[in-house]
Design a protein around this ligand. Structure first.
Ligand code: MTE
Ligand code: MO
Length: 224
């Protein structure tokens, strides 16, 4: 095979790899990225973390229910309401004042793609503790700027010590990924990762069904 043939093969292979598995294959991979994949990384975005290749914060397409909502930092408040003793209305900066944690976690969507991203955020546990859920409170319902909702049991938020993230791969959470905040619902399918979170409502209803759950998706949503 001639030189151009070899190059052509490499290009096709790298395209295949990037579209099938977000640039990752088990074992060794060619250190080549298709241009459209490459271009999704922000200039200052971290691309490798402890030997793991990170996926770009901005995915190849937007599957959200109604596009990317605009958040106005002047009027934005993160509300923690419902079955709590101390309802909260926090500004963006007030949320960021809580202690921060960094974690490498993969989001798996039921539609077959995945994204491995380095998240930084505050612990949902810390926020909830401040609001002080009543004994009847069992579930956190997340309501988002685009009207999307989903929920997680408080026990699972505790067990995984889940984060509410505001950076991805070292850059401020990009708007398509959920600015100002995304729930990093570790070990749960993508539809539990509420983006553009505006309200966390503590509820006593363990059977609450959010946007995707209502249309038949499993409410437990564990990554298989
Ligand atoms: N507010 C909001 N959050 C959302 C969604 C949405 O449409 N709106 N989609 C969910 C789904 S199904 C997935 S897989 C992840 C990532 O969505 P993306 O595929 O649009 O990037 O966000 C989740 N959180
Ligand atoms: Mo999804």
């Amino acid at each position: 095979m001639g030189k151009s043939g070899t190059l052509g093969c490499l290009l096709v292979l790298s395209l295949l790899f990037s579209s099938c598995s977000n640039g990752r294959v088990s074992g060794e991979y060619l250190d080549i990225m298709a241009k459209p994949t490459e271009e999704r990384y922000a200039p200052t975005e971290i691309r490798d973390y402890k030997g793991v290749r990170l996926d770009a914060s901005i995915g190849p397409r937007d599957n959200s229910i109604s596009g990317i909502p605009r958040m106005d930092p002047k009027t934005y408040r993160l509300a923690i309401t419902g079955l709590v003793e101390n309802p909260l209305q926090l500004t963006y900066d007030e949320v960021l004042a809580f202690p921060a944690e960094e974690r490498l976690i993969t989001l798996y969507c039921v539609e077959g793609w995945q994204a491995t991203i380095l998240w930084k955020g505050v612990k949902l546990r810390d926020l909830l503790q401040e609001a002080s859920p009543t004994a009847a409170g069992k579930v956190a319902i997340f309501r988002c700027l685009d009207g999307y909702t989903t929920s997680l049991p408080l026990t699972e938020i505790e067990a995984k010590d889940m984060l509410l993230a505001y950076t991805s791969n070292g850059i401020p959470l990009p708007e398509p990924l959920g600015y100002p905040f995304i729930v990093v619902a570790q070990d749960k399918l993508g539809y539990k990762w509420a983006r553009w979170v505006e309200t966390i409502e503590i509820s006593d209803n363990p059977d609450y069904e959010g946007t995707w759950e209502k249309s038949g998706y499993d409410n437990e949503a564990n990554v298989p």
